[in-house]
Write a protein that binds this ligand. Structure first.
Ligand code: ASP
Length: 329
């Protein structure tokens, strides 16, 4: 073969191989809420949480490996964790100051920036599923309170009596939060007061689409009607195929003020910052220590999971064979 022609053929073959690789790449990361260090929990509690995170990761990987969408993966993972009372989302949601439960969730598709969210729902078993319905079945992005609960009934998603969320653990956490807040009424919100965590998931699928989802019961003993960052697209959740998918956890007010999830995407888009550096800068320079944690995946499948609190149950896997559950390590 003529030498330049041979080199050209070789380069073209290498380029197409590169593309094949890219096409089959997937990645996923999960958080189980920023808060106290693993040492604050019993061995058994840590082991149970670890087992759940592992199972959640298996669910997500199963979908992505088979060529499923990142949107389906993040929804399935978050739904699973919502049904697990160990996490502050769905079944395990914490109580508000009125002794009730108001749940928040959001989901976003990085392919076209479509997104859906619900805030302050009281009868929805899996708020993340309802958030997805807001995305696909309405002209809106965010439904709240009674309107969102009514929408759940209309959509025939699973609903429950509010007593479904009234677990002994929720009551215990509520009493502890009330006692703490009475003794230090002017103290600022801190993530170390979060006993069990919000859940979130970000994923890149084989088609190159990013998605993010976050679900929470909010802060324990929060004021009736309070909405945190988790259902606020751009604050607690963001996904854009041009940059990254992000899910946040921590003191929601701080994440809303700084539009944290969008800011990470913006750092990447406008300043060409890497996903790791964008998240690190955010957690060291924009958010005070103890305020929370962030998981993110960029469009090439790079995963980062960072926090400035005592701990954050987290897990990550990708198509290279990585499969890590990091809690109580
Ligand atoms: N970010 C959530 C909120 O403020 C709480 C959490 O992540 O634990 O509602």
């Amino acid at each position: 073969m003529h030498r330049p022609f041979f080199i050209l053929t070789f380069l073209l073959a290498a380029a197409s191989l590169g593309h094949a690789d890219e096409g089959s790449r997937y990645a996923i990361a999960i958080h189980g809420g920023a808060g106290s260090a693993p040492t604050s929990f019993s061995k058994e509690a840590n082991a149970e949480r670890h087992a759940s995170m592992k199972q959640a990761l298996e669910i997500g990987v199963g979908i992505l490996k088979e060529g499923g969408s990142s949107l389906d993966a993040v929804e399935a993972v978050v739904t699973f964790l919502e049904d697990d009372p160990q996490f502050n989302a769905g079944k395990g949601a914490v109580m508000n100051a009125a002794g009730g439960f108001e749940l928040d969730a959001s989901i976003m598709d990085g392919k076209d920036l479509s997104c859906g969210a619900v805030a302050g729902v009281t009868t929805v078993k899996n708020p993340i599923g309802l958030a997805r319905k807001v995305m696909t079945e309405t002209r809106h992005v965010l439904l709240s309170g009674p309107g969102a609960d009514t929408f759940a009934t209309e959509q025939e998603v699973a609903t429950v009596e509010p007593s479904y969320f009234a677990t002994p653990a929720a009551k215990k956490a509520w009493e502890a939060a009330r006692a703490r807040q009475q003794s230090q009424s002017a103290a600022p919100l801190e993530s170390s007061h979060i006993i069990k965590g919000t859940v979130g998931c970000v994923a890149l699928d084989q088609a190159g689409n990013l998605a993010a989802a976050t679900s929470t019961g909010g802060l324990s003993n929060k004021q009736f009607g309070r909405v945190g960052d988790s259902p606020i697209v751009g604050a607690g959740t963001y996904a854009d195929n041009r940059t990254c998918a992000v899910s946040c956890t921590g003191v929601g007010e701080e994440f809303i003020r700084r539009a944290i999830a969008y800011d990470i995407a913006a750092q990447m888009r406008y300043a060409k910052t890497s996903v790791e550096d964008a998240v690190e800068t955010t957690l060291t320079e924009r958010l005070k220590k103890g305020m929370g944690g962030i998981i993110a995946i960029d469009k090439d499948g790079t995963i980062t999971m960072q926090f400035n609190t005592g701990g954050m149950p987290r897990a990550a896997a990708d198509s290279s064979g990585r499969f890590d559950v990091l809690w109580a390590e």
